[in-house]
Structure formats: C-alpha cells, structure tokens
Write a protein that binds this ligand. Sequence first.
Ligand code: FAD
Length: 208
Amino acid sequence: MEIVKAHAMILSEEDPSFPWLRQIEYNGRISYKSEDKITDDSAPKFVKMILHYGHESVIEHVSASVRFIVDRGVTHEIVRHRLASYTQESTRYCNYGKKGGGIRVIQPPFKHPLESFDVWFDCMLHAERGYLRLLELGEPPEIARSVLPTGVKTELIMTANLREWRHFFKLRTAKAAHPQMREVTIPLLRQFQDVFKIIFKDIVSETV
Ligand SMILES: Cc1cc2nc3c(=O)[nH]c(=O)nc-3n(C[C@H](O)[C@H](O)[C@H](O)COP(=O)(O)OP(=O)(O)OC[C@H]3O[C@@H](n4cnc5c(N)ncnc54)[C@H](O)[C@@H]3O)c2cc1C
C-alpha cells in the first residue's frame, strides 16, 4: 500500500493564436457590436466591465481542464457539479492487485495526527488485505471493490467553462467545504488566478 499526496493541476494549454482574454472580449463585443473598439490593450478593461455587470455568460466560451488526485469521498463531491465533463479512474476496471501493487490511499489532515494516524493506517491495511484476498479467491475487481475504503486514491479529469469554475471555487474553497476538498481547491484557485487573472481575482478563499 502506498500513501499518495492529494493535489490538482490545470491541464489546458492556451491557444497562442487566440488568447483566452481576447476571445472573451471578442465574444462579448458581439453583444454591443463594438468589435471595432478592439485594440492591443482593450481586453482587460472590457472583461472587467462585463464581470462587474454580471454578464457572466460571456466567460462560458473558455474552458479549462483539471487533473485531480484525491480520495473517493472528494470525487463524489466534485461530480455533483453538473455543468462539467468528467473522466474518472474506474474501480471496476482497475485491478489494484496486479504486479503485487496494492491499493493507494490519500491521508486525511488529522486534528490529532499522533493518535489518529495509526488507527487510520490499520483500517487501510485491513481493507487492502480484504480486497487482495477477494481477488485471490477469483472475484473480479468490480466485485472486490466493495471493500475499498473512501480513502482510496482516485484520479479525475474535470472540464468546465470559466463560469462554472467560478461557481465551483466559491462553493468548494469556502470554510463550509470539506477540509480534504479545500486542501486541493485553495491551491488550485491560485493556479486559476495566475492563468486567468481577471476572471478569478475577486474570489477570496478563507484560509482557515
Ligand atoms: C458545503 C457543502 C455541503 C453539501 N452537503 C450536501 C449534502 O449533505 N447532501 C447532498 O446531497 N449534497 C450536498 N452538497 C452538494 C450540493 O447540494 C450541490 O449538489 C453541489 O454543490 C453542486 O452545486 P450546484 O448544484 O450549485 O452546482 P452545479 O451542478 O455545478 O450547477 C451550477 C448551477 O447551475 C444551475 N443548475 C444546474 N442544474 C440545475 C437544475 N437541474 N435546475 C436548476 N438550476 C440548475 C444552478 O444555478 C447551479 O447552482 C453540498 C455542497 C457543499 C458545497
């Protein structure tokens, strides 16, 4: 068994021939038929104005994909966001017993790590033993998965437009969000703020 660090990263590359900011400006200016006002530096001011007036459908024309490595509990929460596309590691088709590998798990952020880690680790080993034993008995992975823990490492690709990502970050970086969700979404929001500055800079994640 291996303990894996949870994280998330943006996968999308910008198209250099038509940068995302210019694309949003161009689409937005169709509303006002003001394409003739496009200059080398007109996009940031225009896009700020669009967001200020809540004309958010304009930012739906640009999408971003993210690769999450999190536990199964966190992927269950992420896939509740309906305005997105997903591809998820399959516990039906992946055989974690192959090549003597065993399962991979994500360690939660314990309040009392000294006491809690050993209890958690024991439970993970126990689940792994059960899973491997079921495979040995001839059960297929899609049946043996019944004993996998919520802590099992899961990879997930999520693609959504920037409006949906804004909605996602507002919900999923808030204090009320699950700590293991916030562990990946707060650094991910910073990546979005680096890449898509104007669109995400007003979203402030509470750090505690
Ligand atoms: C802190 C927290 C606790 C939660 N606890 C629970 C829980 O205990 N149990 C539980 O089941 N879920 C829970 N959820 C999940 C939550 O109810 C939503 O399913 C999830 O956050 C997706 O949000 P959404 O529906 O706004 O977003 P999306 O599905 O991403 O949709 C984006 C927006 O599109 C619109 N939209 C999408 N689909 C429809 C539709 N069919 N009709 C009308 N408008 C639509 C809405 O305006 C929506 O906000 C929790 C979420 C959070 C953040």
